[in-house]
Ligand binder design. Structure first.
Ligand code: HEC
Length: 220
């Protein structure tokens, strides 16, 4: 009888816990079992490039340093506590040894771990495109992070996309019609898809740019 009572108690508390878990996803994030369901960072879109640029020269059969991080299973199966520990600022054995990851890369790896290290798009991306897109609020940050840092900035390769006027007057975009800006992001030919050689923009980012373009690519 006592056993049945405890069993019931256990079942009730599990149900209760799950209820709380759904309501308070954020507070419970550190719980090992809870995957952050609003996570949008995936191996395919973000983490692979970060690791390729910063770790694989050493951590691969070519580089010869274990653990190897040159494939998704190798990285995803490695202890995430350990992974986060070595990239944290002030780590005991900081990785990469001489040039730490940027704060934004570290936070991406953290989000990826919190999301239970997804390979590709496995979660619904919350994306609010219900309001009109404003260049300064919604679009500029996407261009800054993905287009004008290193390339489309008057200095690097590629025409400038620094300002709305640059985007509107860009000869390539004008010639091909402003929607070519959106098309360049979804082009299936890798040598033409922007950002060139970098991870694709997320569906949400592309949707925001598309909406801004459809509304006339305004300086708003
Ligand atoms: C220049 C070469 C180099 C690069 C680049 C590099 N590592 Fe390492 N890594 C090493 C070496 C060497 C060791 C072994 C150090 C030791 O055990 O003292 C190591 C050890 C590790 C370990 C194991 C630590 C332990 O305590 O066993 C992890 C995890 C790790 N690196 C992660 C990374 C990650 C993640 C990156 C990229 C963000 C990275 N490393 C970039 C050379 C490198």
């Amino acid at each position: 009888m006592k056993k049945i009572f405890f069993l019931l108690l256990a079942i009730i508390s599990i149900c209760f816990f799950n209820g709380c878990y759904r309501d308070n996803l954020k507070e419970l994030k550190p719980q090992a079992a809870a995957c952050d369901s609003v996570n949008t960072i995936t191996y395919q879109s973000d983490i692979k490039a970060i690791i390729a640029v910063n770790c694989v020269s050493c951590h691969s059969s070519k580089g010869g340093t274990q653990p190897y991080f040159d494939t998704y299973p190798n990285l995803a199966n490695y202890s995430s506590t350990e992974l986060l520990a070595v990239i944290a600022p002030g780590a005991n054995k900081p990785m990469p040894p001489s040039s730490p990851l940027s704060q934004s890369d570290i936070s991406k790896v953290k989000q990826w771990v919190n999301g239970c290290r997804p390979y590709g798009k496995v979660v619904v991306t919350p994306c609010d495109t219900s309001v009109a897109m404003s260049f300064s609020t919604n679009i500029a940050s996407i261009l800054t992070a993905n287009c004008t840092n290193g390339c489309h900035n008057n200095v690097g390769l590629g025409h400038s996309l620094l300002t709305v006027a640059d985007v509107q007057n860009d000869t390539f975009i004008v010639y091909h019609n402003i929607s070519s800006l959106v098309y360049s992001l979804i082009d299936t030919i890798p040598s033409r898809r922007m950002p060139l050689g970098r991870p694709e923009l997320s569906a949400c980012q592309i949707a925001k740019i598309r909406r801004w373009v459809l509304e006339g690519a305004k300086n708003n």
